[in-house]
Write a protein that binds this ligand. Structure first.
Ligand code: FE2
Length: 309
């Protein structure tokens, strides 16, 4: 009997330890840094800050402070891949957090949680692949127009289903973006046959959800980079196993991180030339499912350097 009690208490302590560790990891906001030598020789470096899945709710002071601190990292370009808010009451907090970052050149696309408030999710159902559906009974629209106005207020460019260009530190970058494929809002803006070829040094594809079809469209469009969010790094990760799901058809292995698609062994998303797929693990999660075990919230900084530097 005594032995059973010892084993039981060890198991309970282990479970409590796991939960405490997971919760601590959940709170551990951090910046992931990458450096890539991809610019023509002599170019000035470009620091790209990738923000995604902020899912701002009210009274999230630690999250707000983390986002505000990102300005000190001195990015040259911001790419925001959507899912900014969980409720209309949090729009002011989002604006306050992003205030200084909005002064820096940026582009953004929207995710489903820029249009609709997240619905309550049963944790086990989250792990089951289910197509996104909008129920008239439970749908709660977000104030997308107000959000858009704030994000555009100092010059960020919305590239939902459209193209645009920016010159950053003397390098011309072209962007091709899509509205969220997860809710079927994407309409890839194909170039017309007689369009003038783009003369940019870099081409960046931007999407909220990293569906294989969207990645393939961006590869066919000759992108050098593809930025995406949506996966939350799998939301639940387990040691050694990693992500359990990606909430899309992207293989679990690519739930978060920077991948050179010329080196991946998944035929669905491989490329002949080096193309970098950047999938953000995200800064937040929906209030209905805030746990991110073994999956710390992140912002990502990619520093592009000249070749041979
Ligand atoms: Fe999200």
């Amino acid at each position: 009997m005594k032995k059973v009690l010892v084993v039981a208490s060890a198991l309970i302590s282990g479970a409590i330890g796991f939960l405490v560790y997971s919760f601590n990891k959940n709170l551990d906001y951090h910046v992931v840094n990458h450096r890539l030598k991809v610019l023509p020789p002599g170019s000035k470096p470009i620091k790209i800050l990738h923000l995604s899945d902020i899912h701002m709710s009210e009274r999230q002071n630690r999250k707000r402070k983390f986002i505000k601190r990102l300005y000190a990292e001195a990015p040259d370009l911001i790419i925001n891949t959507g899912d900014n808010i969980s409720s209309n009451f949090a729009i002011a907090d989002l604006e306050n957090s992003l205030n200084e970052l909005l002064d820096i050149p940026g582009v953004f696309v929207f995710g489903s949680n820029d249009y609709f408030a997240p619905r309550p999710v049963k944790p086990l159902r989250y792990l089951i692949k289910k197509p996104f559906t909008v129920s008239r009974r439970t749908i709660k629209r977000l104030d997308t127009l107000r959000l858009e106005k704030i994000l555009k207020s100092k010059g960020w460019i919305l590239i939902n289903n459209r193209r645009d260009t920016l010159e950053v530190n003397g390098t011309k970058i072209s962007f091709v973006g899509v509205n969220d494929p997860h809710i079927g809002a994407d309409e890839f803006p194909y170039l017309e046959h007689n369009a003038i070829p783009e003369d940019s040094v870099l081409k960046i594809g931007v999407t909220h959800a990293p569906y294989i079809m969207t990645i393939q469209q961006m590869l066919d469009d000759d992108c050098d980079f593809i930025f995406a969010g949506h996966t939350h790094g799998g939301q639940v990760r387990l040691p050694k196993l990693g992500a359990l799901i990606t909430n899309s058809d992207l293989p679990r292995k690519y739930a978060k991180g920077l991948f050179d698609l010329s080196e991946v062994h998944s035929p669905a998303i491989s490329s002949v030339k080096p193309v970098y797929l950047q999938v953000s693990g995200g800064i937040g999660s929906p209030p209905s499912f805030p746990l991110r075990p073994f999956n710390a919230p992140e912002a990502v900084m990619i520093t592009l350097l000249p070749k041979g530097a």
